[in-house]
Design a binder for this molecule. Structure first.
Ligand code: AHR
Length: 527
């Protein structure tokens, strides 16, 4: 069901079968290919788009936790304890389903006992990965779970494999989830929580091939098996254990883990893939003020997500043909150079319409792979990398990426509707990429939702959609766009890029006809 890649293949076939003959009789390729796309949406698929695809990530990194979620008691904003409530309310509006914590690289140097009990007595540590700053451990297990409760989302805890021990992880699970009496549950009670927290999503290490221990795939998969045995299931808290999977195209890592672990004691395996605008880790490119060349490269790099998911899924299919193991894309997003003048270890970057187009595209890719991709997490939620929210002391702004999650939340737990797509190319400087991507679903009330992205920075596309086995009468929609792909929301002008009512869709006979503006994301609801 790898729709995005097969769409691409279909598009190529379409070009060969139909467009080349037209070209030979003298019709303009660019005139046709720049303007029209066609989509077929069918009924009958059994897969659901898991709401957990819309997950978020909050690491002890820069101003993600401290100064993001968890603020100084003197900051003049509404708070519960030290948790900022304007941030919580904004995230509740887009229904974030899960939050991954405490890292990232930080997770493999985090010792959970340092973050419980009387805050004034908690030991301090150095955050060696992220700027070498002092971590005071004031935000720990109880604070994280209080945050998840306020957000109404499921916690996803990443356990320490790199510098922790099997016993430490085993104890943490018992502290969180055991509903009987033990020294650890007595400690939990003493710390104010007699009832178990019932955490389900459990990461066994993070990037164990790199910052999480620099292990080989063989070594990690053995370690996983050992750790997983002692991370126990308790009443009402069966763990969904997630192995550290590969980054990008490290197919050997996936092959080795699937071969050595398989579906035994593993709910999911992760994949990390970041979009670097330049593709170069040493100079990733700026988050603002870029031109079309940088934009085109960013999109081109983003589209590789489909290739990675398709190829990793094919390896997983060999060892897990019934698709019991989830592919969990728990770190994705645009990673640029930091904003000038900010701490390089804090990974603070602005967020433009380009980020929104990347988000819409990645989420369409995940939806179209929902038979295997059951969970994902944008990196990261606040003030770090491709954030949903930026804060500056008491000020807060919602980024263009936030609005994409708002427009796409309708897909959460909806029935997946397969699509076939013929798209024109977006051409720049002699290079091409597919201009349009899309995904569709039907919710419990029978409403059909289609999310469309037009990546072309200059040209609108007319999209004609046909439905097979699906009835509808009316269409409404929202659009997110702006004058330039480099436009951003600022604290002075926070509403430059915000989702607005869309009037460019109508019913024409049985077909849905949409005029998709250039560089836009459109979400349609069909009743
Ligand atoms: O998200 C920032 C970092 O990127 C994470 O800590 C790590 O897992 C990845 O390399």
């Amino acid at each position: 069901m790898s729709i995005q890649l097969s769409n691409y293949t279909i598009m190529r076939k379409f070009t060969l079968l139909f467009l080349l003959p037209l070209l030979t009789v003298g019709l303009s390729f660019s005139g046709f290919s720049q303007s029209s796309a066609s989509i077929t949406v069918s009924n009958g698929a059994k897969d659901t788009i898991s709401r957990h695809i819309y997950g978020q990530f909050a690491e002890h990194l820069g101003r993600g936790i401290y100064g993001g979620f968890w603020v100084d008691p003197s900051l003049p904003v509404k708070k519960q304890d030290r948790i900022r409530l304007d941030v919580v309310n904004a995230l509740k509006k887009i229904k974030i389903p899960n939050l991954r914590w405490p890292g990232g690289c930080f997770a493999d140097e985090y010792h959970w006992r340092d973050g419980i009990g009387d805050r004034s007595q908690r030991p301090k540590m150095i955050n060696t990965n992220w700027g070498g700053v002092v971590e005071d451990n004031s935000f720990g297990t109880h604070e994280f779970l209080e945050l998840c409760q306020l957000l109404g989302c499921e916690p996803y805890v990443s356990g320490n494999v790199g510098s922790g021990t099997v016993q430490e992880m085993s104890n943490w699970v018992e502290y969180l989830n055991f509903d009987g009496e033990s020294p650890l549950t007595n400690l939990r009670t003493k710390n104010g929580h007699p009832k178990p927290f019932n955490v389900h999503f459990w990461g066994v290490g993070n990037e164990s091939w790199g910052c999480g221990g620099n292990m080989t795939a063989e070594h990690y998969s053995d370690e996983y098996r050992r750790y997983a045995v002692f991370a126990k299931d308790y009443n009402n808290a069966k763990l969904k254990k997630i192995a550290c999977g590969p980054s990008d195209q490290d197919y050997n890592w996936m092959e080795t883990c699937m071969k050595n672990i398989g579906s035994r004691n593993m709910w999911g395996i992760s994949l990390h893939y970041y979009t670097l605008p330049t593709g170069n880790w040493n100079d990733k490119g700026p988050a603002t003020g870029f031109g079309e060349k940088e934009y085109f490269n960013t999109i081109s790099n983003t589209l590789r997500m489909d290739e990675f998911i398709t190829k990793h899924s094919a390896i997983m299919d060999k060892y897990d043909p019934n698709k019991k193991v989830a592919l969990v894309v728990d770190e994705w997003g645009v990673w640029t150079n930091v904003e000038p003048g900010t701490n390089p270890g804090f990974l603070f970057q602005q967020n433009s319409l380009r980020d929104a187009l990347v988000a819409g595209t990645n989420l369409n890719i995940f939806n179209n792979h929902c038979d295997r991709v059951k969970m994902a997490a944008l990196a990261q939620c606040i003030n770090v990398l491709q954030a949903l929210i930026l804060t500056d002391k008491e000020k807060m702004l919602l980024t263009p990426t936030y609005y994409v999650f708002d427009m796409y939340k309708v897909h959460q737990d909806a029935q997946y509707l397969p699509i076939k797509l013929n798209t024109p190319d977006y051409e720049f400087d002699g290079k091409k990429l597919p201009a349009v991507n899309a995904s569709a679903s039907r919710d419990a009330a029978g409403k059909i939702h289609i999310t469309l992205v037009n990546l072309d920075a200059r040209n609108s596309v007319n999209v004609s959609t046909e439905f097979k086995g699906l009835q509808w009468n009316t269409v409404t929609g929202q659009v997110l766009t702006s004058a330039s792909v480099a436009d951003i929301n600022t604290f002075e002008k926070p509403n430059t890029i915000i989702n607005k009512r869309f009037t460019g869709a109508r019913k024409n006979g049985d077909k849905l006809v949409v005029n998709l503006p250039s560089k836009s994301i459109v979400s349609l609801e069909l009743n």
